[in-house]
Design a protein around this ligand. Structure first.
Ligand SMILES: Cc1cc2nc3c(=O)[nH]c(=O)nc-3n(C[C@H](O)[C@H](O)[C@H](O)COP(=O)(O)O)c2cc1C
Length: 238
């Protein structure tokens, strides 16, 4: 196995992996085209090669398609669009910091401006903004909705294990011609999802994800977010 891994370093393979990372981006409108079950299984199986501290593999994933997807979307939208409903009253964990500091606040703001700009949503159009936010809970029309959970015991200290599994899923999907959108939005409905999907003791939602074929005509799918330059995030200690 070790020998095989060494032989595997070829220019083609480097290019394929770089291409996969470079062409992954968050897609927020999908075609109704189904994803074969065998392809979903292949993606999840290969993604489970993700490393985890001491190989505990604390992730689980709930795969929603067909009727289970439709009924979960309906239950979520009933809550999202009900002024009395709203997010779970006591979130399982905070999704984002209570107060944004720089440079994160500005980067976050730019993403919002760019997305709303593509969608033609002007400042102050709160109903349209709400409708766009609510599309998260329709999995952006994707034929596959993924809910990633982690054992609470591990999650509190090592979310990173789950994050690496998710990244593998996004790349394994991309190289098969599929697209994804990772979505922390689902954390707000941990309790609803726990009831519907029958979580085991200690299972907590850490992210959701839409998976499917991107709609090539959707303006929001043309959002390519910026990245800061290498010297801004890497410091070499020679
Ligand atoms: C942990 C995590 C949570 C996210 N949650 C959401 C979300 O709830 N809704 C959404 O539309 N995008 C969400 N995103 C997508 C980010 O906005 C996106 O990754 C970021 O803007 C970079 O753009 P890119 O993925 O297109 O490269 C999330 C991404 C990550 C990694």
């Amino acid at each position: 196995m070790q020998k095989l891994a060494q032989q595997a370093v070829t220019r083609d393979r480097v290019e394929a992996v770089d291409w996969t990372m470079e062409t992954r981006h968050s897609v927020r409108r999908f075609l109704p085209k189904p994803v074969p079950r065998s392809m979903i299984e292949d993606i999840l199986r290969v993604s489970s090669r993700a490393p985890s501290g001491t190989n505990v593999q604390p992730w689980r994933v709930h795969v929603l398609t067909g009727e289970s997807l439709a009924s979960t979307v309906k239950a979520l939208l009933d809550r999202v669009n009900n002024p009395e409903g709203g997010f779970d009253p006591d979130p399982i964990r905070p999704v984002y910091p209570a107060q944004w500091t720089e440079p994160y606040g500005s980067r976050r703001k730019k993403l919002g401006i760019d997305l709303y700009g593509l969608l033609g949503i002007a400042r102050g159009e709160t109903a349209k903004m709400h409708a766009q936010m609510a599309r998260n809970f329709q999995f952006f029309d994707a034929p596959v909705g993924l809910i990633f959970t982690i054992d609470k015991v591990i999650g509190e200290s090592n979310f990173i294990d789950g994050g690496m599994f998710m990244q593998n899923v996004m790349l394994a999907a991309r190289v098969r011609g599929l697209d994804t959108c990772p979505q922390a939005a689902f954390v707000h409905y941990h309790r609803l999802l726990a009831d519907r999907l029958g979580f085991v003791e200690g299972e907590m939602v850490f992210c959701g994800m839409s998976l499917g074929y991107a709609d090539p005509d959707a303006p929001e799918n043309y959002l390519w977010s910026d990245r800061v330059d290498l010297p801004e995030f890497a410091r070499f200690h020679d």
